[in-house]
Design a binder for this molecule. Structure first.
Ligand SMILES: [Cu+2]
Length: 148
C-alpha cells in the first residue's frame, strides 16, 4: 500500500512540476533587462530607448507597442543602413521567440520616444510598459544616459 501511494505522489509531481518550472503560457511574462535611454545632444524632444527583452515562455510573444507617462508618444523603431545611409522606420510589432530574446541596441531595433513631459537628465529613471497581450504586464526600468 505504501509503495502504491508513493508512486501516485510521484506521478502527480511529474504532471504538475513541468508547468511551473518552464513557465505556463498564461502566467509567464517577458523580462526587460539592461534598459537605458539615450539623450540627444542639444535637448531635442526625441530620445531613443534600448534594452534586452528575454522571453522565458513556451510560446512566442508579440509586442505591439510601448508607452509611459514620461513621453507624449513612444513607438517601436528599426534603424537600417541602405547604401551607407542610416534610415529608420516604425515597426508595427516585435516578435519575441519562445525561450529567446530580442536586443534593442544603437544602430538596430530601438524605442522612439517623443515629446518628453519633463527635462530628463543622466541618472534619471523612466518606467516604460510594453504591450504584450492581455494579462501580460511587461515593464522596464530605463536609466537615462547622456548621448554623444
Ligand atoms: Cu527611431
Amino acid at each position: 500500500m505504501k509503495t502504491r501511494r508513493l508512486l501516485l505522489a510521484a506521478a502527480l509531481a511529474c504532471a504538475v512540476l513541468p508547468a511551473f518550472a518552464r513557465g505556463k503560457a498564461d502566467t509567464c511574462v517577458p523580462v526587460v533587462r539592461d534598459a537605458w535611454i539615450r539623450l540627444v545632444p542639444g535637448g531635442m524632444p526625441m530620445h531613443a530607448g534600448f534594452a534586452r527583452i528575454d522571453n522565458p515562455c513556451d510560446v512566442a510573444i508579440t509586442v505591439t507597442g510601448v508607452s509611459g507617462d514620461a513621453y507624449g508618444s513612444a513607438s517601436l523603431h528599426e534603424s537600417t543602413r541602405v547604401n551607407g545611409i542610416s534610415r529608420m522606420r516604425a515597426l508595427p510589432q516585435l516578435v519575441l521567440p519562445a525561450h529567446g530574446s530580442v536586443e534593442l541596441k544603437p544602430g538596430g531595433l530601438h524605442l522612439m520616444l517623443m515629446d518628453p513631459k519633463k527635462t530628463l537628465q543622466a541618472g534619471d529613471h523612466v518606467a516604460l510598459r510594453f504591450d504584450a497581450g492581455k494579462g501580460r504586464d511587461v515593464r522596464g526600468d530605463f536609466v537615462v544616459r547622456a548621448g554623444n
